[in-house]
Design a protein around this ligand. Structure first.
Ligand code: FAD
Length: 444
């Protein structure tokens, strides 16, 4: 019987295991995870803080018992510390007993994810919290329960920070944010991020820009701007680092950013070793450029692909990623699809921008929606789009993602036929308008 070892048991790892079991009733599957929990929805954790998700148990997809019923062995608090690809062997440390053991595989699947970056200035403080594992969520909820927080400082403005910020404000907690540049949420263009900044300030959030935390003493935080804040909790969200150090002597290739490069079947440079999720590097779908997209959709898509490829099912290869992403911050929805905006400078591109109501403007519930589409001058190929508004941002993003996947140009947006009635769209939708404007520009 063939044996598959999976490193990491959350989004990518757990999904690969269950997909594999569905296809192969007989294959032997063991998951090793160094932490307490497997198969939970990290994406849902901020919404337990706000109370939108009533119970943290709702975030658990598969319990250990459920894995057991499927004959999938799950070993938590077991860290894979070394991989020997010559002998198909992993070395595993039991973090409870400190004992070390070896295990052998026919196929190895790596889904070790990434860990939050830690700031040296926060190391000795006991009011600092992260949100990456279910244990982190439990710590936060326990802290709030024991001593209700009145003022929380959030460091960083990535999507997890912003989701935690929203959740705390919705709980009635005063929130301050510190960000080291003047461009918050840097995955989105500065002009759009500035709109978000105004939105945060309107909600009573104090934002300290061009500032860093230099010292934490008890509950007093000192910033590089010499401001001091008295806070009950600090939430740190300043980026992630791939968990790939255990692969250093394995012959598995790593990039200069410590990511695992994979081919279109998610194989590493070693044929029987697959990798997926936050720790990998793959390619964009629409341009010839490598990318790391640390989001849930790629992990789930790759899990399906690996399970089928490893089982000899000859699945269609993954042709790359478009990097669709979206976030809700109070009434503000902000999304993008395509190339990162800081890579556009490598292309000869033009931009079309358009704002209109997200449905017939005479409808009382209509709201403005703003779209910016970047496209290659010569071909009209869409390189990137950014969208913000209060509603239907997801619809525009998903439609553009499908259009880009099928190779549609900016000019062909005029042919996208919306399902129209006044409370849903307009006879000329915002996407159609972008297409018309691009044609007009071409003719001028
Ligand atoms: P993970 O799910 O992080 O799993 C990796 C596991 O590997 C961990 O449990 C770790 O303990 C284990 N591990 C690492 N090294 C070893 C080792 N050597 N031995 C044994 N075990 C090891 N994405 C979205 O698309 N939309 C969202 O709204 C969204 N919200 C998020 C909110 C939060 C709070 C967080 C933290 C993430 C969010 N994400 C979101 C990102 C998404 O959850 C990740 O992209 C996804 O979980 C990546 O899956 P993964 O399997 O690569 O890593």
């Amino acid at each position: 019987m063939k044996k598959v070892i999976i490193v990491g048991g959350v989004a990518g790892g757990a999904t690969t295991a269950t997909q594999l079991r569905r296809i192969n009733p007989d294959i032997e599957i063991t998951i090793y995870d160094k932490h307490r929990d497997v198969s939970f929805a990290n994406c849902g954790m901020p919404y337990q803080i706000s109370g939108e998700v009533h119970s943290r148990d709702q975030l658990i997809a598969y319990t250990k018992e459920k894995f057991q019923q499927k004959s999938i062995e799950v070993k938590t608090y077991h860290e894979v510390i070394q991989v020997d690809t010559t002998h198909n062997k992993v070395t595993v440390k039991n973090l409870i007993t400190n004992s070390v053991m070896e295990d052998y595989y026919d196929y190895l699947v790596l889904s070790p994810g990434a860990r939050p970056r830690q700031l040296p200035a926060l190391e000795d403080s006991d009011i600092v919290f992260l949100l990456h594992k279910l244990e982190d969520l439990d710590d936060i909820m326990q802290h709030i329960k024991l001593k209700p927080a009145e003022h929380v400082l959030i460091i960083g403005t990535g999507f997890v920070s912003l989701e935690v910020l929203e959740s705390l404000v919705l709980r009635g907690i005063k929130v301050s944010v510190v960000h080291r540049s003047n461009h918050i949420y840097s995955v989105i263009e500065k002009e759009f991020a500035d709109e978000l900044l105004i939105h945060l300030q309107e909600r009573g959030v104090d934002v300290y820009l061009n500032a860093e935390v230099t010292q934490v003493e008890g509950s007093t935080v000192t910033l590089s701007t010499e401001d001091t804040l008295d806070v009950d909790m600090i939430f740190s969200g300043v980026g992630i680092i791939p968990n790939t150090a255990f692969l250093n002597d394995s012959n598995i290739e790593l990039t200069d950013k410590d990511l695992i490069p994979i081919n279109n079947y998610c194989q590493t440079n070693i044929e029987n070793v697959y990798a997926l999720g936050d720790a990998i590097e793959t390619n964009y779908f629409h341009v010839d450029r490598s990318v790391n997209i640390a989001l849930a959709w790629p992990a789930h898509r790759m899990a399906y692909l690996i399970a089928h490829h490893l089982s000899g099912n000859n699945p269609a290869p993954l042709a790359g990623l478009l990097g669709s992403q979206i976030i809700r911050v109070f009434d503000f929805h902000i999304a993008s699809v395509g190339l990162a905006h800081n890579l556009l400078e490598h292309y000869d591109y033009d931009v079309i921008e358009h704002t209109q109501r997200n449905m017939a403007g005479y409808m009382p519930q209509s709201r403005p929606i703003h779209l910016r589409v970047y496209y290659e001058k010569l071909s009209g190929k869409i390189l990137r789009a950014s969208i913000f508004g209060e509603d239907k941002v997801d619809k525009m993003t998903d439609t553009l993602s499908a259009h880009m996947y099928h190779g549609g140009s900016i000019y062909e947006l005029i042919n996208l036929e919306p399902a129209y009635a006044p409370s849903f769209s307009s006879p000329k939708s915002v996407l159609n308008m972008i297409g018309y404007k691009a044609l007009e520009k071409q003719d001028s």
